[in-house]
Design a binder for this molecule. Structure first.
Ligand SMILES: [Zn+2]
Length: 164
């Protein structure tokens, strides 16, 4: 039986266990690719832990940019979810090195080709900056979060600095 490789840009279900195994062995090492195109590390602020409504703490960082600016994957990985939730609006989850979970929220829209199960490279355009979800009354920005299965939410800021 012929085994057809998947079209480029798609992980293809037969490849997924191998790709997960590769990601599991890898470490998440900074500096990661800046998740908003054209933004330099010196332009971002560490808003990790800032107070949010209903006693929540901010579990990520916000990167402000013009609406429609390209959102880039910070790592290589597998697109786990493309969807919506009430706080994040349009969101994407990507599983990266060491099975870290990368959360991109308040998206204006998704890149046309992005689907669950896709393999993405660091720097690949996955979406566009917006203010969907509970950011609808704030200027457009990307909310970016990193989660590990053991320690949970982790401050992404140090991972984006050149010295990390
Ligand atoms: Zn945020």
């Amino acid at each position: 039986m012929a085994c057809q490789p998947p079209p480029s840009g798609e992980a293809g279900s037969w490849k997924t266990p191998y790709l997960y195994w590769q990601l599991q062995k890898a470490e998440l090492v900074g500096p990661l690719t800046m998740p908003v195109q054209g933004i330099q590390p010196g332009q971002i602020q560490d808003t990790w832990g800032a107070a949010r409504s209903e006693g929540r703490k901010h579990q990520g960082i916000d990167i402000f940019a013009r609406r429609g600016t390209a959102v880039l994957s910070t790592t290589q990985g597998i697109v786990r979810r493309v969807g919506t939730n009430s706080l994040g609006g349009k969101v994407i989850w990507i599983t990266g090195p060491n099975l870290s979970q990368h959360y991109y929220a308040h998206l204006e829209d998704y890149a046309a080709h992005i689907q669950e199960g896709d393999w993405v490279e660091a720097g690949e355009v996955i979406a566009y900056v917006g203010n969907t979800g509970n950011a609808k009354n704030t200027p457009p920005h990307l909310h970016y979060g990193i989660y590990f299965s053991k320690q949970g939410a982790t401050n992404p800021y140090p991972y984006l600095l050149p010295s990390s």
